[in-house]
Design a protein around this ligand. Structure first.
Ligand SMILES: NC(=O)c1ccc[n+]([C@@H]2O[C@H](COP(=O)([O-])OP(=O)(O)OC[C@H]3O[C@@H](n4cnc5c(N)ncnc54)[C@H](O)[C@@H]3O)[C@@H](O)[C@H]2O)c1
Length: 258
């Protein structure tokens, strides 16, 4: 039996994509999982699917960008499933376009969901975790926050903020027995990537050619690392930034012979 069995988790943006796969994997380890999404129908459909698979999950609609929602999300998980053991800050939005033309609204929306949302949900979670002197936070960053990308200034900057936020919070939470780590996915074929690559007209094989491992990440590649970060075995592992990207973030055209 997994040491995660029976523990409570909250995964934000879990109505589809990486968040959904992560929530499913955690529930398969026996966790009782709050499935948050800003789209209530997505959250509910995911929970119905999980329950049909015999998993324990609760739909928690709400936006990570609102402080009241973040507090209510944590409170709902605890009321239903007991003390929150794990928060996965996964909700995110993508934006791109030349910086000279990027609207203030696009910048604000990206930072609001991708960076401020991580702060608000983490704050709500640690207020519950600190008195118990235990807990785990996993932030889903992106290799976009580690490497540079032209014309993705808001997304790259917001993800860089998530990475450093994770390190800073790890130091502050270490004396309280709470670990904070950051998983940076490389390209993963979810709706976020399929929509953005269609908009830019970039074919799938061109994208895959940028990944030394020769394939995109699968949602499950991320889910299994989140479960490890949440496990007892990872109790001393904190403040780490791990790219799950088939070496994509290390790729440079001049260094590869394919
Ligand atoms: N797909 C990739 O290639 C890739 C690469 C690197 C990082 N990521 C990161 O992984 C995470 C998940 O991405 P994905 O590809 O599964 O995206 P996705 O667009 O498929 O799913 C994101 C989910 O977040 C939800 N969401 C959006 N705003 C929200 C809000 N304010 N509050 C709560 N939920 C909200 C959406 O409704 C959606 O269900 C994101 O943080 C993303 O930046 C993805």
């Amino acid at each position: 039996m997994s040491d995660l069995d029976g523990k409570a988790a909250l995964v934000t943006g879990a109505g589809r994509g990486i968040g959904k796969a992560t929530a499913r994997h955690l529930a398969q380890q026996g966790m009782r999982v709050g499935v948050n999404d800003v789209d209530p129908a997505l959250a509910q459909a995911t929970v119905s699917e999980f329950r049909a698979e015999g998993l324990t999950a609760l739909a928690i609609p709400g936006s990570v960008t609102r402080k009241a929602d973040a507090g209510a999300m944590v409170a709902q998980v605890q009321a239903e499933f007991g003390p929150l053991w794990l928060l996965v800050n996964n909700a995110g939005v993508f934006s791109d376009g030349p910086t000279a033309e990027l609207s203030e609204e696009a910048w604000d929306k990206t930072f609001s969901v991708d960076a401020k949302g991580v702060f608000l949900c983490s704050q709500a979670a640690i207020r519950q975790m600190i008195p118990r002197q235990q807990g785990r936070i996993v932030n889903i960053g992106s290799i976009a926050g580690l490497i540079t990308r032209s014309a993705q200034i808001a997304y790259c900057s917001a993800k860089a903020a998530v990475i450093h936020f994770s390190r800073c919070l790890a130091v502050e939470m270490a004396p309280h027995g709470i670990t904070v780590n950051c998983l940076c996915p490389g390209m993963t074929w979810t709706q976020m990537l399929s929509v953005s690559s269609a908009e830019r007209g970039t074919p799938l094989d061109e994208l895959t050619a940028l990944i030394p491992a020769g394939r995109m990440a699968k949602e499950e590649d991320h889910a299994s690392l989140v479960a490890y970060f949440a496990s007892e075995a990872a109790g001393h592992l904190t403040g780490q930034v791990v790219a799950v990207d088939g070496a994509q973030s290390l790729y440079h055209p001049l260094t590869m012979q394919r």
